[in-house]
Design a protein around this ligand. Structure first.
Ligand code: DC
Length: 208
C-alpha cells in the first residue's frame, strides 16, 4: 500500500502523513527533508545552490535514516531547498531514492509536492492537502510562537506565498494536484477533523 500526499508548505500534510502512517502501520517519508538535506549539505560547505553536478553528488550520499527534521526545519534551509528543487537532474536522483523507499514492503506514506504526479503515479491512494494561504500562515505563526521563536504573521504569509509561487511555477515537477488525487481542503478543519477525513478517504480507496 502506498499513500501519496501532496500539498503546499504548511498545509498540514506532514502531520497528517505521520499520523496516517501510524494508523495504517506503514513507514513514512517526508520527501521535503531529502531536498532540505541536500540544501543543508551545500550551505554547510559554502557550495553554490545552482551547481547541479555538485547537488547530485550530495544526493548520492544521502542516508534517509540520518535526516534530522529538527535541524533541517530551519528557515534558510527551506528557502535553499526550494531553490535547488528546480534542478531536474537532482530531482531524478532524489526520486530514485524516494521510490525505492515507497516500494519496500509493507509500503509507505510519502508526502511532498510531486508524489502523486511523479514519484508514485500508481499509489493506492492520493491526497492533495491544501488550505488558504492565510490559514497556513496563521498555523505556521502559532507553531513558531509555541516553540518560543519570533514570528510575524505578515512576513510568514509573504514567505509562504513566495514559496508557493516558486514550487508551483517551476518547469520540472511543479506542485500540482494529480488528476486522480482527492482534494482535502483543511482551511476550516482542525488536525483531528482532517485526520478523520483522510482515514475515511483512504479506507474507501483501499476497499475499492
Ligand atoms: O515540504 P518542505 O517545506 O520541507 O519542502 C522544502 C522544499 O523542497 C519545497 O519548497 C520544495 C521542495 N520539494 C519538492 O520540490 N518536491 C518534494 N516532493 C518535496 C519538497
Amino acid at each position: 500500500m502506498i499513500i501519496a500526499i501532496d500539498g503546499p508548505a504548511a498545509s498540514g500534510k506532514g502531520t497528517l502523513a505521520r499520523r496516517l502512517a501510524d494508523h495504517f502501520g506503514l513507514r513514512h517519508l517526508d520527501t521535503g527533508l531529502t531536498y532540505r538535506a541536500v540544501a543543508a549539505g551545500l550551505l554547510a560547505n559554502g557550495l553554490p545552490l545552482g551547481d547541479e553536478a555538485v547537488a547530485i553528488e550530495h544526493a548520492r550520499y544521502l542516508d534517509l535514516a540520518q535526516m534530522d527534521k529538527s535541524v533541517l526545519s530551519a528557515h534558510e534551509i527551506g528557502e535553499a531547498a526550494s531553490r535547488i528543487a528546480v534542478l531536474g537532474g537532482l530531482r531524478d536522483e532524489l526520486v530514485r531514492l524516494q521510490r525505492s523507499f515507497a516500494e519496500t514492503p509493507p509500503g509507505a506514506v510519502l508526502d511532498g509536492r510531486d508524489i502523486g504526479t511523479v514519484v508514485c503515479p500508481n499509489a493506492t491512494v492520493k491526497l492533495f492537502v491544501t488550505a488558504s494561504a492565510e490559514a497556513r500562515a496563521r498555523r505556521r505563526t502559532d507553531e513558531m510562537i509555541s516553540k518560543g521563536q519570533e514570528a510575524n504573521y505578515a512576513s510568514v504569509l509573504e514567505d509562504l506565498q513566495r514559496r508557493d509561487e516558486r514550487d508551483s511555477k517551476r518547469t520540472v515537477a511543479p506542485l500540482t494536484q494529480a488528476a486522480d488525487a482527492v482534494l482535502l481542503d483543511t482551511t476550516k478543519m482542525d488536525i483531528e477533523t482532517a485526520f478523520r477525513a483522510a482515514v475515511d478517504i483512504i479506507s474507501r480507496a483501499a476497499d475499492a
